[in-house]
Each structure stands twice: as structure tokens, then as C-alpha cells.
Design a protein around this ligand. Sequence first.
Ligand SMILES: [Zn+2]
Ligand SMILES: [Zn+2]
Length: 168
Amino acid sequence: NKGDISPGEIPECPVCLQTCIHPVKLPCSHIFCFLCVKGAANQSSRCALCRQGIPVEFFTNPTLVSKKDVCGKGLDLDAETEHYSWFYEGRNGWWQYDERTNVELEENYNAKKRTFELLVAGYMYVIDLDNMVQMRRNDPSRRRRIKRDLVSAPKKGIAGLKIAARPE
Ligand SMILES: [Zn+2]
Ligand SMILES: [Zn+2]
């Protein structure tokens, strides 16, 4: 695939300073985690490095650096979380959490924590495993059901990235 990069070449994200998760390329060619761009866009829809505006459509149809990343092949990040993954409820289906959030959920779950907080796309969320919901800490009415299910369970995509979102 032209434009794909191997896992070893995934750049560091200038926002979270970690290896990019679901790296996306902005029109200005700067590369960030998809969720970091999304989180930063809650403050201003501009590139964190060069301040160039980010078009609204970018969030529904982002330019992925590697398509393999979202299809679940290629990257071996999935291997570490084994056969189970965490999902949150969407309008008519489930979204899989991004790998980093997934690892945090799994760690807290294994540590038998019932409630804890997570930072996702710039917002603090409270995770309640007794009721299996996530809610915004400062707006508890924004709540979604969550579940732990097989990675192969039907899903819309990962962290807001649609699985089949590619031009024909
Ligand atoms: Zn990032
Ligand atoms: Zn830029």
C-alpha cells in the first residue's frame, strides 16, 4: 500500500509525546494521534504545530497514515490485549476503544477497580464498571454504555474511525 508506514516508523505525536495511535495526517502534513487531534480540536480546530486550520470534514473522513492500523491487521498492538477488547456504545452499534485507552481499561479491570477516571480526546471520563457506563466527569448526562467483548465482535470502528471509511 502506497503511503503506508511500518510500525517502526510511526512518528511521535507532538501532543501526547508518545508513539502515535491511529496516526492521521493533517492537510499541512503534520502527523498526530487521531484522538489527540480530536481532543485539541475541542479548543481550536488548528494544527498544534503550525496553526493551520483543520477542515470539519477531517473528523468524519480523516487521512490515516496507515490503513492497516484501523483494519486491525499489520500492527501488533492488538496482540497484547489478546482476545478481549473494550467497546463504547454508539448510535447504532459499538465502537472499540483506541489501544491506549483499552490498555488502561484492562489494567483497571484486572486490578478489580470499580470506578476510575480516564482522559479521552481531551475530556475526563468516569468509568463505572459496576454499571458498565462511561460518563463525562463534568457532564454526567453524557453517558454511554460500555462493554468488554471479543475483539471480533461486530463494531462500527475504532475510536470514531469507521472501519469501512475509505473512498470507493
Ligand atoms: Zn497523541
Ligand atoms: Zn501543521
